[in-house]
Structures are given as C-alpha cells and as structure tokens.
Design a protein around this ligand. Structure first.
Ligand code: BTN
Length: 307
C-alpha cells in the first residue's frame, strides 16, 4: 500500500486529495489517513495541505522510494562498513542486475590497493551489481566503461572538464573527483557478477592529501543534489552494459583520457612498472613502452603520471 500511495504522490507539485486516493486504492479515507500517518512516522516527508497530500521533494534524498519504478533496486544505508560488502552479499543472494547499494557514510570505505576511502557525509558512495554475459578477461573494460559514463555525466551536467586516468579515476584540474573499485566473482572463466564501487566527491569535505582531491561543490561553488547523478549514472551505465561494445568503450575512454602519451609509473601490490603509456590493449590493460623500448601490458594497479 505504501508503494501505491507513493506512486500517487509522485508529482511533488500537486496535492492529491484523500478522497481521490481512497477511490483509486479502494480503501476508506480513514484508512488512507492512517497509512499516511504511519509513513510520516517512518520519516517519509508527506505534507498535508488544504486540498490533500503531497510528497515534499528533496533531490538529495537517496532513499529507495525516491527512485520510483527503480525503488526495488536501491538499497540505502545511513551507515555501513562498505557498500562493496553490501553489494557482494546482495549479488550472492541473487539480486537483479543494476541493483545498487548506496550509503550516506561508510565506516570502512575501501579504495584500491587496500587504501581507506574516506566517506564523510555529502559524498556519493555506491556499488552497482552487473551481470554481463562475458568472460572475466573483459572485467576491466566494464570498469573503464563506468568511469567514462560518470565522467561524461559530470562533464555534461556540471560543466566540469573531467578526464579519466587509467584505469578508472576521474580527475578535474589534475585532482581526483571520483574513484572506482571493482570485485568480480566468476565461474568457469565467465563473469557471474561484477560489483563496481564508485566514490564521487559531491558535497563532502575532501581530504586534500597532497592537494589532490576535489568535489563538485568546490568546483561549482554550490551544493549539488546527488539523486539526479545516481539516477542518470544507472541509466547510462545500464544502457552501456546491455549493449556492450568493447570498441566503443575504447574509443570513448580514449577521447577523454589523461594518461596516454605520458610517462607513468604503475604500482601494484608487489611490483612497479615505468614507461610511456602508449595504448590500451583489447581488455583495457595499459600498454607501456619501457626505457629499453620493449612493450609491456599492465592489467591493474595505481597509475602515477610523471609527465
Ligand atoms: C580508489 O580510487 O581507490 C577507489 C575508491 C572507491 C570508493 C568507493 S565508495 C563506494 C564503494 N565502497 C567502498 O568501500 N569503496 C567504493
């Protein structure tokens, strides 16, 4: 019943009368009133006016009922350890593709190479589960695709000159706006599911280690609503995954990349590689030309630009 009432109140500009609701829902006006009081007690911001009820808008609210027909895909956590763990559990329990675990705060947010990802209030911290029918070797390309979709989104909607740094950081003015981490579970070399975790600095205070991070709020000078970003990212990324085309991902990544042509150092847990970044390989690995002119491909790691 709660979902039906929310659907009827989907236009935040319009009050809907108790009588109209009781007619559509086939329950008494008193029953409508009781449901609405229970929803208000649950923290759903419904206001009563002279002509009925209205759901107050708040474009920064990430609770599932705000996502309308996608509500069942959204799992919202005021506080969790890491959305990576929440999403991994949902995926193992058989959730549908494009299920999202999103948190206001993470007490154990993780970055690549076992780093901590500071997750203060105001940022957008989420993990999306995808289930592409693809071999595990393509896993890295889905991460590049996620970075491209998020970078294009903030370029188009927020007018920032976002570029992708291999493998999938998003930088603006050389500072990190967004980080992406992924975890694949596979069966017989095929992807069973891939959890792609995204941390986007939106309104959160950024920890400026080496002055290297930036938020959308800093760039635009005002607070930015997070829900339109999450909705648009889900729409863009699901279209990209459903019609997945590696050549398109390569082309789009290269058109906004900040890495190719530079001298780079790539650190993995146990190794370090240096050279000039020449190209991407078929699976999104970075092809480096070393000082001895030999080519090598690096499949993962943290990339530092040295030129
Ligand atoms: C990196 O650049 O090192 C990757 C950062 C990824 C952070 C996101 S926030 C949502 C998801 N949950 C996590 O614990 N990490 C990812």
């Amino acid at each position: 019943m709660k979902d039906h009432i929310l659907a009827l109140l989907s236009d935040p500009q319009t009050y809907v009368s108790g009588e109209a609701m009781s007619r559509v829902l086939g329950i008494s006006r008193v029953a409508v009133w009781k449901h609405i009081q229970a929803m208000i007690a649950d923290g759903i911001p419904i206001s009563a006016g002279p002509t009925g009820y209205r759901l107050d808008d708040d474009p920064d609210d990430l609770r599932p009922f705000r996502f309308r027909e996608k509500a069942s895909l959204i799992h919202h956590f005021p506080l969790t350890g890491s959305t990576m763990d929440e999403a991994a559990q949902l995926a193992r329990d058989g959730c549908p593709a494009f299920t999202v675990a999103v948190a206001e705060h993470q007490s154990g947010g993780r970055g690549r190479l076992s780093r901590v990802w500071e997750s203060a209030a105001g940022g957008l911290y989420f993990t999306i589960v995808i289930r592409p029918e693809a071999p595990t070797s393509y896993g890295g390309l889905f991460n590049l695709a996620a970075a491209v979709e998020m970078a294009q989104l903030v370029r188009e909607r927020h007018g920032v000159d976002a570029l992708v740094k291999w493998p999938n950081d998003i930088l603006v003015q050389g500072k990190k706006l967004c980080g992406i981490l992924s975890r694949v579970e596979a069966e017989a070399e095929q992807i069973r599911h891939l959890c792609i975790g995204i941390g986007l600095n939106v309104n959160n205070p950024v920890t400026t280690v080496n002055g290297s991070a930036v938020s959308l709020k800093q760039l635009g000078g005002k607070a930015v609503a997070r829900r339109p970003i999450l909705i648009e990212f889900i729409n863009r990324f699901s279209a990209c995954v459903d019609g997945f085309d590696p050549a398109t991902v390569h082309r789009r990544w290269k058109s906004i990349n900040h890495t190719l042509g530079r001298r780079v150092r790539v650190a993995t847990v146990g190794d370090e590689y240096q050279g000039v970044a020449e190209d991407l390989d078929e699976y999104g690995g970075l092809i480096l030309r070393g000082d001895d002119q030999r080519l090598m491909t690096v499949t993962h790691g943290d990339c530092f630009h040295e030129s």
